[in-house]
Design a protein around this ligand. Structure first.
Ligand SMILES: [Zn+2]
Length: 476
């Protein structure tokens, strides 16, 4: 009995000791950094949100015009046997009519819309579909597959595309669903880009995807009736990108290697792209001397002279961006310095396909840095950096609270310096994620930054604004 009491007492003393010790540790931690020390409750700051930005049509007119020109539902007749259904959704569907059946190129991002397109295409040629060729595995080219495929239909893509589909649409699916909703401003319904600028983007919510039934490495060709299909691996937009050449018609389906906008050489939430190989792929296309260039987004290009011009311009523009960025890397510039100093020469900037409707020069430079040189700058601090909150908490402490930082952020916002205003708010948010006012101030600067003719940028900023408001529990 006595032994039992001693054991019991020892346990009690042990628990008490652990309790005192852990409390002392957390207490001493709290003395250095506490959330309350910087909490909004101690702030005396008052913030009157600015009026929401007035969006003049001139601010976004190029975007709206680009969308109207390229995304009005249309079936283009390219030759007697080749058609392109575009504007029904973001991804177009091509059709080649042969004497023995139909070959489709890409499937778009929505089953229901793909079904409508197939119905329209069958009015032109009521024949069975024999093949579906996938230019690459991005969701706007493959989610429509269930409506188009069926027994005996071969779905062909590169082996690399199949791998990317396994990754993006299956095991990395939660991330990609998040990333795509961020890109298109879909995180909150009232902010969705689709509603704001009538973007024809309508991905299936279930991401129920059919995988390619046949894959190849570098080249693959087959004949169906009176047509030959030559498939070439041509990396660029993705590593597994292919282009499809139909010699009888001198027609080339180029996937996303060309569309009427600055090429998205780097998509901010996706893996870096092989820009050097993108140039090589365009050169391979040009060597075929196509009469028709049929992209999976925006209008087709018709006539040898026009196709030649478009491909040469694309090669010249991307080569310039790649070369100057590589020179910046070799000259020891960090990525922000490179972005600050590199501009497009007028002879490239003035070409309509280099207007930044979709990709941007700055993101391209960032993507080339990311892919070609790794992440370390060589100057020591960047090798094992601390979490952002450590430096931010130190800055807030040094300055004597959040009010001074947010006062300056508000001033900058009033002056229209929204990027710097956001970056100051980020210091406060990193120091204490519960700083609601910092999130609210930032959200209004993001609103202003979202007024742009670049569709991706508009979506990213609108998503960020709505995320910050959600975190702050604030409704404007
Ligand atoms: Zn695409």
């Amino acid at each position: 009995m006595k032994t039992k009491i001693i054991i019991f007492q020892s346990i009690i003393i042990g628990v008490l000791l652990i309790f005192i010790l852990t409390n002392f540790i957390s207490f001493s931690k709290k003395k250095v950094i506490t959330r309350d020390e910087y909490a909004l409750g101690k702030s005396i700051l008052e913030y009157t949100p600015p009026h929401p930005p007035k969006i003049a049509i001139s601010d976004v007119s190029t975007l709206v015009k680009g969308l109207k020109d390229n995304f009005t539902p249309t079936i283009d007749k390219i030759t007697d046997d080749i058609f392109l259904a575009r504007g029904y959704m973001l991804g177009s569907i091509g059709m080649v009519k042969t004497s023995e059946g139909l070959v489709l190129i890409d499937a778009g991002e929505n089953k229901e819309i793909a079904k409508t397109i197939l119905y329209e295409l069958k009015k032109i040629a009521d024949m069975p579909v024999k093949y579906i060729l996938l230019t690459h595995g991005h969701l706007d080219h493959v989610l429509g597959l269930p409506a188009l495929s069926g027994r005996g239909i071969k779905i062909i893509a590169s082996a690399e595309t199949k791998r990317v589909m396994e990754k993006d649409l299956k095991w990395l699916k939660p991330y990609h669903q998040w990333a795509r909703s961020i890109q298109f401003g879909d995180v909150a319904d009232e902010y969705a880009l689709k509603r704001f600028i009538d973007l024809p983007y309508d991905p299936d919510s279930d991401w129920d995807v059919i995988m390619p039934s046949h894959t190849f490495q570098d080249r693959y060709s087959f004949k169906l009736g009176n047509k030959t299909f030559e498939l070439f691996l041509g990396p660029g937009e993705t590593e597994g990108q292919i282009f499809i050449w139909i010699p009888e018609d001198k027609a080339l389906f180029c996937g996303d290697q060309y569309y009427e906008s600055f090429p998205n050489l780097s998509s901010p939430l996706l893996e870096p792209r092989p820009v050097d190989q993108w140039i090589r792929s365009l050169q391979m296309m040009e060597e075929l001397e196509p009469e028709y260039l049929i992209p999976s987004h925006t209008k087709p290009v018709l006539g040898r002279e026009n196709v030649d011009q478009v491909l040469q311009d694309r090669i010249r523009g991307i080569q310039f961006v790649y070369d100057v960025t590589i020179a910046a890397i070799n000259n020891g510039l960090n990525v922000e310095e490179a972005i600050e100093t590199i501009t497009l020469p007028d002879e490239i900037a003035s070409i309509p396909q280099f207007f930044e409707l979709y990709g941007t020069l700055a993101w391209s430079i960032r993507g080339i840095y990311q892919r070609e040189k790794g992440w370390y700058d060589g100057w020591g601090s960047g090798l094992n950096p601390l979490p952002e909150k450590v430096k931010s908490q130190e800055i807030v402490k040094m300055i004597g609270g959040v009010d001074k930082i947010l006062t300056r952020a508000i001033e900058l916002q009033k002056m229209g310096d929204h990027q710097l205003a956001c970056e100051l708010c980020d210091i406060v948010i990193a120091a204490n994620p519960n700083e609601k006012l910092a999130r609210i101030i930032k959200s209004f600067s993001l609103d202003y930054m979202s007024v742009t003719s670049n569709g991706n940028m508009m979506g990213f900023y609108r998503s960020a604004a709505s995320l910050e408001r959600m975190k702050a529990g604030y409704k404007p």
